[in-house]
Design a binder for this molecule. Structure first.
Ligand SMILES: Nc1ncnc2c1ncn2[C@@H]1O[C@H](COP(=O)(O)OP(=O)(O)OP(=O)(O)O)[C@@H](O)[C@H]1O
Length: 278
């Protein structure tokens, strides 16, 4: 397995001769973001003053207990939730609404349209968004389906696939749009442990192949360390940044190793030391 350095940051690799500085501008800037939900008689603050920057090819993980606002941050980046304070910029442009440059993959198995085949599901956003010419839709969809190793199932319907396969189709559908950033909201949480591990490895393999940028939400410390190159640790409700950590050197091969365990313990202490309400 090749080293998954992701975008390197100056403070991490002072001795690394191959180091190339990150681009002057991050791909995604989240600055002082406070997100709230207003219901008729309730005001819920989901995150408070959250800031982070995601560089191209980062596998950036938002980690924190249930209710700390991880999904809300993803919704904000996706353009579905407007900050009440702070701002979010993608490629220097303020995020003001949804767009095909940000594709979301969810955890549930029913995100595919059951009446459409695998390839039709993957083609759908291409056709609707007009991001690419219609004539290219099938070819682009097939290329993406092949990348997630489902070429043989292109004409199958979702009910004929396992949970893990459906999830791969959802990833293929998002990747076919060539988004600037892939948004993944606990994408593997509903899978059994073995499939989940397999999917994490496949995601990393895919990343090795095409170096996309991903913003990944999880509440699993192990998953954050395995999947992430950088981890933003959030406090319980309302979510505030506790720390930003590097994890680019770890994969499943390192699980159980002393460094991996030490990082896991460090995060565990950060998350639970001051009381946990999740
Ligand atoms: N549509 C909504 N209306 C009102 N409050 C909401 C809404 N969605 C989320 N919240 C509240 O905002 C806070 C953050 O929720 P969010 O789903 O972002 O957290 P999370 O960290 O993703 O949690 P989980 O890991 O359980 O999915 C919670 O207190 C939640 O109850």
């Amino acid at each position: 397995m090749s080293a998954r350095a992701g975008a390197k940051h100056p403070e991490e690799h002072p001795e690394d001769q191959t180091y190339s500085p990150p681009p002057a501008r991050p791909l995604l800037e989240v600055s002082g973001v406070t997100l709230q939900y207003k219901t008729r008689d309730l005001l819920v603050t989901a995150t408070r003053d959250v800031s982070f920057e995601v560089y191209p090819a980062d596998r950036f993980v938002l980690l924190g207990p249930s209710g700390c606002g991880k999904s809300s941050l993803l919704k904000g980046v996706a353009g579905f939730l407007k900050p009440v304070a702070g701002f979010m910029r993608l490629n220097g442009q303020m995020i003001t609404g949804a767009g095909p440059d940000r594709m979301m993959v969810f955890q549930d198995f029913d995100q595919l349209m059951p009446w459409k085949t695998v390839v039709e599901n993957v083609m759908f956003p291409i056709l609707v968004s007009r991001r690419f010419p219609r004539a290219e839709a099938r070819e682009r969809a097939m290329a993406s389906i092949t990348k997630v190793k489902l070429g043989k199932f292109a004409d199958a319907y979702p009910h004929m696939l396992s949970g893990g396969m459906k999830q791969r189709v959802a990833i293929a559908r998002a990747m076919a749009m060539e988004p600037a950033i892939l948004l993944m909201d606990e994408p593997f949480a509903a899978l059994d442990a073995l499939t989940r591990r397999q999917m994490q490895d496949e995601l990393l393999q895919l990343w090795d192949d095409i170096r996309f940028t991903v913003l990944f939400v999880t509440h699993s410390i192990e998953e954050a360390i395995v999947v992430g190159s950088r981890i933003l640790v959030l406090s319980p409700h309302p979510g505030q940044v506790k720390a930003e950590l590097n994890a680019h050197q770890y994969g499943h091969d390192h699980q159980g190793g002393s460094d991996f365990m030490a990082l896991s313990q460090k995060i565990n202490t950060m998350l639970f030391a001051e009381g946990h309400h999740g």
